[in-house]
Design a protein around this ligand. Structure first.
Ligand SMILES: Cc1cc2nc3c(=O)[nH]c(=O)nc-3n(C[C@H](O)[C@H](O)[C@H](O)COP(=O)(O)OP(=O)(O)OC[C@H]3O[C@@H](n4cnc5c(N)ncnc54)[C@H](O)[C@@H]3O)c2cc1C
Length: 400
């Protein structure tokens, strides 16, 4: 059945497809992997992707219909285990991969048989990721990679990494990078945990020592790494800040629950709660509007604005939560044991844990200062900041 994009018809047909999927694969009697595979094959993984690649070529907003219906039916959803794969890996492979790469990677990514991570940041290159130093040198049909990455979320569960590496040091930094899909189980890849202030080690250092990557696992042209990375980064910002939860759900729901748990709250507490509730609702509606305007392709600067606003909102909500908890808010809900989580970010955690985790929101996926630079330059049209090294060959740029 080919699905048309007439709005009402498309929605009915999406509902019919979901019903067919559920009838053929009862969630109560099907494994998560099997169910997700069938969902991908039915074009219900990402409805705005092309047919045959997990989608139906429809508007992205119709994805909400799929998610809602499947949630109500109790269908398995493993997205939290593969946040980077879903949010960034899939759109990057779709936009820049060959047909063979799309067919190889997208389905097992969606079923979570293969988890993905993002290998961009280095000890000397975070905000200035284009200054990175990990080298990839061509050797016949392979590339040999040496260097170090850092803050690599879920590298410990990942099968594949999105690797940005320097392939030509003698041209300006943005032009000398190439983008690869690297097998995290390949010889020479070493993953070491980094513990955050929550006690968890969601992220890692990753060391590459003479790691061989077949040229067939390069995404897009040699030297086009920055273009590919931009697709990843723009999608990352939407994945982090662009969600459209239902009204009063998520962090703001936690704040409401904590507020209600103690009778006789003061006017000041109620006022603070209402202020963040309104901010959460404005963020939700703004993201909804942005999602409806975005049909397909790489998101624009609205993703960076959403990421900035979402980070500040999350921090405000969890500050309020611990304040509303009073003295309880100063206690930690665990013995601070080291954990290696299988998912990153938030979800059903104690608000005190989330309060600490939310501090990272204004750093991960690009800091709030960098988001403000993008907002200033690309939305408000303000002059760009001076970039003295922009036209210098990377090898001539002084670095520590
Ligand atoms: C929880 C978490 C998960 C992460 N996961 C990943 C991951 O999976 N993969 C990955 O590759 N990276 C990951 N990161 C790394 C993240 O992208 C970087 O930390 C971030 O881009 C900032 O880089 P940096 O830490 O090197 O700080 P720096 O770039 O050194 O910045 C230091 C300070 O200077 C400010 N600053 C820097 N440049 C400018 C400028 N031009 N204008 C104004 N202010 C500026 C910054 O805002 C910041 O306050 C993660 C980080 C966190 C916290």
């Amino acid at each position: 059945m080919t699905v048309t994009d007439d709005r009402a018809t498309a929605e009915d047909q999406v509902r019919a497809r979901v019903a067919d999927l559920l009838a053929a694969h009862d969630p109560a009697r099907t494994t998560a992997t099997e169910f997700l595979g069938a969902r991908f094959d039915a074009g219900l993984a990402w409805v705005w992707f092309p047919e045959g690649l997990g989608g139906l070529g429809l508007r992205q907003e119709l994805q909400g219909v799929v998610e809602r219906e499947l949630r109500l039916a109790g269908a398995p959803n493993e997205a939290e285990r593969n946040v980077i794969g879903y949010g960034m890996g899939a759109p990057t492979v779709l936009t820049h991969g060959t047909d063979a790469q799309r067919r190889r990677y997208l389905r097992p990514l969606f079923t979570c048989e293969e988890i993905w991570c993002q290998l961009f940041s280095e000890p000397g290159s975070g905000s200035d990721v284009a200054g990175l130093a990990t080298r990839a040198v061509r050797d016949g049909d392979e590339w040999v990679v040496t260097g170090q990455k850092v803050w690599t979320t879920l590298a410990h569960t990942a099968r594949f990494g999105m690797l940005l590496a320097r392939t030509d040091p003698d041209v300006p930094k943005h032009r000398g990078m190439t983008y690869f899909v690297v097998d995290m189980h390949a010889p020479g890849v070493e993953v070491r945990p980094l513990r955050q202030m929550t006690g968890d080690a969601e992220f890692n250092e990753v060391f590459f020592t003479d790691v061989r990557i077949p040229d067939s696992e390069r995404l897009d042209e040699v030297g086009a790494g920055w273009r590919v990375a931009t697709t990843t980064l723009m999608n990352e910002r939407v994945a982090i800040g662009g969600g459209v939860p239902s009204r009063s759900s998520g962090p703001i729901h936690e704040a409401l629950e904590i507020y209600r748990a103690t009778p006789g709250r003061s006017e000041v507490e109620r006022d603070r709660l209402m202020q963040v509730w309104v901010a959460a609702e404005v963020q939700r509606l703004t993201n909804m509007r942005a999602r409806e305007l975005r049909r397909a392709g790489t998101p624009g600067p609205e993703g960076s604005v959403a990421k900035l606003a979402g980070a500040e909102l999350n921090q405000r909500v969890y500050e309020l939560c611990v304040d509303l908890m009073g003295m309880e808010g100063t206690l930690y809900p665990s013995h601070y044991e080291m954990r290696r989580p299988e998912r990153a970010g938030f979800g059903n955690e104690d608000a005190r844990h989330s309060f600490l985790r939310s501090r990272a929101n204004s750093i991960e996926g690009g800091t709030s200062e960098i988001m403000r630079n993008i907002l200033g330059e690309r939305v408000l049209g303000l002059p760009g900041e001076p970039r003295a090294d922009k036209d210098l060959p990377w090898s001539q740029v002084p670095r520590s």
